[in-house]
Design a protein around this ligand. Structure first.
Ligand SMILES: Nc1ncnc2c1ncn2[C@@H]1O[C@H](COP(=O)(O)OP(=O)(O)OP(=O)(O)O)[C@@H](O)[C@H]1O
Length: 359
């Protein structure tokens, strides 16, 4: 079932308590079988958008449609949506199987159907052996799996997930991410909206990513496209921490700090060069092989952080005040000393141009 938010605006508070605009003119359409991640910094309006779809907040303006039907005025329980939030929110006094059965019983489904469906759901999330336990007797990851089983038991055609992995440690998060990928294959027709501030979750799960900032949608595109060719400076740095370097145009050539970026064509209104930290190579300052399709920036190392599989090295570029370049140096390459002069090699196929921020 398609989920549509049309020009949705949500204001909280009043003139006494102070008004917050949590969502402003928000448009989004999620097709049946599609997963869209809402990605953005804290307070950007992601949860509010999701709550508007679930019916937990009432839009100040705009409409919510499910399968083409206007549900803006329907209470949450009548929207037929599965919702999973960050803090599991299982009923503590009910056993696992009863938690999963809750929505089916509320809908007065026959006993045999309830027990068959609960069995299927627990099997799908690998929790068959835990049906008689109480939530407090489960780990965080197990509780979250039960929460997902409960949300899916009512066979919703829309599933809303609000930071479902945020309360889990790194290993569990990775395991659950795998489970969610599996779930998508098992319920292929469901529309999923996935709220996260974690770009790796968004990249792993979403068909499309909607990047949000200050109550608005900034960019929306297929995940790979948004990563490879971000349309805005904000998305470039939020998704993958891209470097953004000011360019000048000289006789039809794009230049960074006076160095030509061969093969890159100037584009109207785009004055920043975007390149990911892992795409840059560091070399000692020696004469270059001129035939390479690369830009070469001269500078020096000002900081280095070891991160296990790689080190992040921060460099300043000669001739570019106040601009730092972050470079990921893989563990098998030598990390230059602090203060060392280096050449940052920018392969042209990894460079794109984005507009500078306005306002
Ligand atoms: N019930 C509420 N009353 C008043 N203000 C609210 C309410 N809920 C959210 N807000 C405000 O609306 C804005 C958007 O909040 P929202 O929870 O949608 O952000 P978010 O992107 O989901 O953030 P996070 O990643 O921190 O959960 C914030 O400024 C928040 O303080």
């Amino acid at each position: 079932m398609t989920v549509q938010l049309e020009d949705v605006t949500v204001h909280f508070g009043n003139k006494h308590s102070g008004r917050t605009c949590a969502l402003e003119g928000f448009d989004l359409s999620v097709a049946a079988g599609e997963t869209v991640a809402l990605l953005g910094p804290s307070g950007s309006g992601k949860s509010t958008a999701l709550k508007a779809v679930a019916g937990f907040v009432r839009p100040t303006r705009g409409r919510i449609r499910l399968g083409g039907n206007d549900v803006t005025d329907l209470p949450p329980a009548r929207r037929g949506i599965g919702v999973v939030v960050q803090q599991y929110a299982l009923f503590p006094h009910l056993r696992v199987a009863d938690n999963v059965a809750f929505g089916l019983r509320a809908a007065r489904k026959p006993k045999a159907e309830v027990s068959r469906r609960v069995g299927e759901m627990l099997e799908m999330v690998g929790m068959t052996a835990y049906g008689r336990r109480f939530p407090r007797e489960l780990s965080g990851g197990q509780q979250q799996r039960v929460a997902i089983a409960r949300a899916l038991a009512i066979q919703p055609s829309v599933l809303l997930l609000d930071e479902p992995l945020a309360a889990l440690d790194a290993q569990l998060r990775a395991d659950m991410l795998g489970e969610l990928q599996k779930l998508r294959r098992e319920v292929p027709d469901i529309a999923i909206v996935y709220v996260t501030h974690d770009q790796s979750e968004a990249l792993a799960l979403a068909d499309r990513i909607a990047v949000m900032r200050d109550a608005r949608l900034v960019d929306i595109a297929p995940a790979a496209e948004l990563y490879a060719a971000p349309p805005s400076a904000f998305t470039a740095s939020f998704l993958g921490g891209a470097n953004l370097l000011p360019v000048s145009v000289d006789e039809g050539a794009v230049k960074v700090a006076g160095a030509v970026v061969p093969g890159l064509k100037p584009e109207d209104g785009k004055s920043l060069l975007c390149i990911r930290p892992h795409a840059i190579r560091l070399e000692p300052p020696e004469p270059a092989n001129a035939v390479e399709d690369v830009a070469r920036l001269v500078g020096r190392v000002v900081a280095a952080q070891w991160r296990g599989a790689s080190s992040q090295v921060t460099c300043l570029v000669d001739g570019l005040a106040d601009v730092v370049v972050r470079v990921d140096v893989p563990a098998d390459r030598r990390v230059p000393e602090l203060g060392a002069a280096v050449v940052m090699v920018l392969p042209v196929e990894a460079c794109s141009l984005v507009p500078a921020e306005v306002g």
